[in-house]
Design a protein around this ligand. Structure first.
Ligand code: ADP
Length: 336
């Protein structure tokens, strides 16, 4: 598809350039041709005048006019213009093909990205749907299904439906953040307020694991989309809780340098192995630790949503981690 679109675009570039070039050549040709004809008429009149004056025998030192010169000049002009147009055709064909490639490349990247997104999402949707289907099919074949078994089945179905709902919610959030300026209004907001709100949201789940969250963030103003930034901190804090054992603590610190504020969210959790670190911001990526994958719920979408939010705020996000000791996410945001 990319190739045929590129060829079509090149053809359009060529058509426009060649139309301009041919029109220009026709104008140049007719202008010069008019001049040649005027010159021819003038020379013809001069020749007749000389012949009359010397009664058909002009002396050899007076040059006579040869009409063939005009024809030769006209032919040379046509040849030169055709040659120039062929040159323009070849050069603009090559340049057009190159430019069409450059123009279409971002579109191609976007289409590939969307296709990958659809494939990944369908893949993730398939697992809970398969479980649902097989559970229902098996139980429907059972003629002696009791009310207790049916309730058990419904309970298990409900779990899968909740997972599907969480997945679709995450997919919607991710696609909302794909379009950085489509999700809300940017305004001057207090970073401290944002962190406080995020901490408030995750406090119930932190309490369940007896995890203490300390907030030492300075009050700086950032130009941000408030709800997105709250979402960002909720994702990072939620992960910190999910991947930490009970009775640990999470510290949120901030420091300011020039026009940048750096925030760190440090947990004392299970940590991330080095080989997973470069991929954790990828969509649907979950660090392949059998311990966490089976026991901790998730779809590997949180950090890719976090990255999109940080990008929309022209900031950066990085991670430092040591297995068994803990993980620290570092955010850098420009101060307004
Ligand atoms: P998930 O839904 O799996 O939590 P995320 O995109 O939020 O997806 O995170 C991707 C992976 O990064 C997780 O599966 C987990 O392995 C790892 N991870 C993220 N945050 C932490 C953390 N604070 N401590 C340990 N591992 C983490």
């Amino acid at each position: 598809m990319f190739r045929s679109a590129r060829i079509q675009l090149t053809a359009w570039y060529l058509l426009i350039i060649m139309l301009i070039s041919i029109l220009f050549s026709i104008t140049v040709y007719s202008g010069i041709n008019n001049e040649l004809e005027r010159f021819g008429h003038f020379q013809e009149a001069r020749r007749q005048h000389i012949e009359q004056e010397f009664q058909g025998f002009p002396p050899p030192n007076i040059p006579t006019f040869d009409p063939q010169l005009i024809t030769d000049a006209r032919n040379r002009l046509i040849f030169t213009l055709v040659f120039i147009n062929l040159g323009i055709l070849v050069i603009s064909g090559a340049a057009g093909y190159f430019l069409a490639g450059r123009t279409l490349r971002p579109i191609q990247v976007m289409i590939d990205e969307q296709n990958r997104f659809i494939t990944d999402s369908s893949h993730e949707l398939r697992t809970p749907l398969t479980v649902l289907r097989s559970e229902i099919e098996v139980n429907m074949r059972d003629k002696n299904l009791s009310v207790v078994d049916a309730k058990k089945l419904l309970g298990s179905n409900l779990e899968e439906v909740i997972k599907l709902q969480a997945l679709s919610d995450n997919l919607i959030r991710l696609s909302r953040h794909e379009n950085p300026h489509g999700s809300g209004l940017f305004a001057d907001v207090s970073l401290l307020e944002i962190v406080k709100e995020a901490v408030k949201k995750i406090t119930p789940i932190a309490k369940k694991k007896n995890i203490v969250v300390t907030n030492n963030v300075q009050d700086v103003t950032v130009h941000a989309e408030k709800q997105s930034l709250i979402e960002l901190f909720v994702i990072l804090l939620d992960n910190a809780i999910k991947y930490s054992p009970e009775n640990t603590s999470i510290a949120i610190e901030s420091s300011r340098k020039d026009r940048i504020v750096a925030l760190s969210i440090a947990d004392a959790g299970i940590g991330i192995e080095k080989n997973h670190l470069p991929h954790i911001f990828d969509r649907f990526y979950r660090a392949d630790s059998s311990r966490t994958k089976q026991t901790v719920q998730g779809y590997g979408l949180g950090l890719s949503i976090a990255k999109k939010i940080v990008d929309a705020h022209k900031g950066t996000i990085s991670v430092k981690s040591e297995v068994g000791k803990g993980t620290t996410f570092i955010l850098q945001l420009p101060i307004h």
